[in-house]
Design a protein around this ligand. Structure first.
Ligand SMILES: O=C(O)CCC(=O)C(=O)O
Ligand SMILES: [Fe+2]
Length: 291
C-alpha cells in the first residue's frame, strides 16, 4: 500500500524518516545553483516521499526564493503579511509569551484558494531546544485504506473550504488568531482574493496520478449539505486521515529546510515550547485546481 519510495537517485540520497512518508535528503547544497538533473531528482524524491528535508543549509532569503522559483510562481498569502524585505516570504515567529502558533491544527496549505499551493518550503532560522516539531500525514494512504463502499461515497463529495474560519481552531477567526500574536506576525486584508473554495474530497495528484483524501481544517462542510449534516462524516475523514501509521514528523534544527507536497499531505505545527522562540521562513509555490 505504501508509495514506491525506493527510486535510485543519481544526484542525491534519500533516507526515510517514517514508514508512511518523509525523507532526509543528502548530497544537495541549496545555496548553489542546481542543475536540471539535480532538480529532477529532487522532484522525484518529493513525489516518492511527499515531505523532504535538507539539513545544514546555510541560505539567504534570496537563495530560498531562487530555489522556490524553480518549482513555479510564488503564492502570496492572502491574509498574512510577508517580510518587509521579501514580501514573498512569510516569517513565522513565536516568542515566549505568545499563546498561539501558526499552523497549530491539521490542515493543508491554502485549501481555501481555488488553486491551493502545490508545496511549501519552510526554512528553520531559530528553533527551540526541544519541541516545535511539525507532524505530517499521508493523504494517499488515507484514501487507499478506505473500504470500497466508503471510497464510493468519498468520490461523490465536494468540500466547502473557508480561509477565515478554521473549524479545527475552536472556531477562532483569522482576526481572533491575529490578536494572539506578539505583533511579529501581521494579518492583512485579503481584498478581492477568493478565500472560500469548493474542492473534490478525493483529489487526483496531477503528477503521480494517485488519489488522495483531500481533507484539512479549512473544510467547513460538504457542498450541498449543512454543517450539522456534514460533521459526522467529516469528523470520520479527519480522524481517519491522521491515523498514526499514516504520519511522520520533522524534528527541526537551525538551517533545516523542508519541502512538502500539499496535494497529498496534511501537517500540524506542535505548540509545545512556551518559553522559547521559534522563527521560520516560509514560501509557498502556486499549484493547480484540484480535480
Ligand atoms: O511552523 C510550522 O512548522 C508549520 C506552519 C504551517 O502550517 C505552514 O508553514 O504552513
Ligand atoms: Fe500550513
Amino acid at each position: 500500500m505504501n508509495a514506491p519510495r525506493n527510486t535510485q537517485y543519481r544526484h542525491l540520497e534519500a533516507h526515510k524518516i517514517a514508514g508512511s512518508m518523509g525523507a532526509e535528503i543528502t548530497g544537495i547544497d541549496l545555496s548553489q545553483d542546481l542543475s536540471e538533473e539535480q532538480l529532477a531528482d529532487i522532484r522525484a524524491a518529493l513525489l516518492d516521499n511527499l515531505v523532504i528535508c535538507f539539513r545544514d543549509q546555510v541560505i539567504t532569503p534570496d537563495q530560498q526564493l531562487a530555489f522556490a522559483r524553480r518549482w513555479g510562481d510564488i503564492h502570496l498569502h492572502p491574509f498574512m503579511k510577508g517580510m518587509e524585505s521579501h514580501p514573498e516570504i512569510l516569517a513565522i515567529i513565536k516568542r515566549p509569551g505568545d499563546k498561539k502558533n501558526f499552523g497549530g491544527a491539521w490542515h493543508t496549505d491554502q485549501m481555501f484558494s481555488p488553486s491551493p499551493a502545490m508545496g511549501t518550503i519552510l526554512y528553520a532560522k531559530e528553533v527551540p531546544s526541544a519541541g516545535g516539531d511539525t507532524l505530517f500525514a499521508n493523504l494517499y494512504l488515507a484514501y487507499e485504506s478506505l473500504s470500497d463502499g466508503m471510497k464510493k461515497i468519498a468520490n461523490q463529495l465536494r468540500t466547502v473550504c473557508v480561509g477565515d474560519n478554521f473549524r479545527q481552531a475552536d472556531g477562532r477567526t483569522r482576526v481572533d488568531r491575529s490578536t494572539s500574536q506578539s505583533g511579529d506576525m501581521q494579518v492583512k486584508d485579503p481584498g478581492e482574493v477568493q478565500t472560500t473554495s469548493i474542492h473534490p474530497l478525493v483529489r487526483t495528484h496531477p503528477e503521480t496520478g494517485r488519489k488522495a483524501l483531500y481533507v484539512g481544517g479549512h473544510v467547513q462542510r460538504f457542498d450541498g449539505m449543512t454543517e450539522e449534516e456534514s460533521l459526522p462524516l467529516l469528523n470520520f475523514f479527519m480522524d481517519h486521515a491522521i491515523r498514526p501509521e499514516f504520519t511522520g514528523r520533522i524534528r527541526w534544527q537551525n538551517n533545516t529546510l523542508t519541502f512538502w507536497d500539499n496535494r497529498c499531505t496534511q501537517h500540524f505545527a506542535i505548540n509545545d515550547y512556551p518559553a522559547e522562540t521559534r522563527i521560520m521562513h516560509r514560501i509557498t509555490v502556486c499549484g493547480d485546481k484540484p480535480f
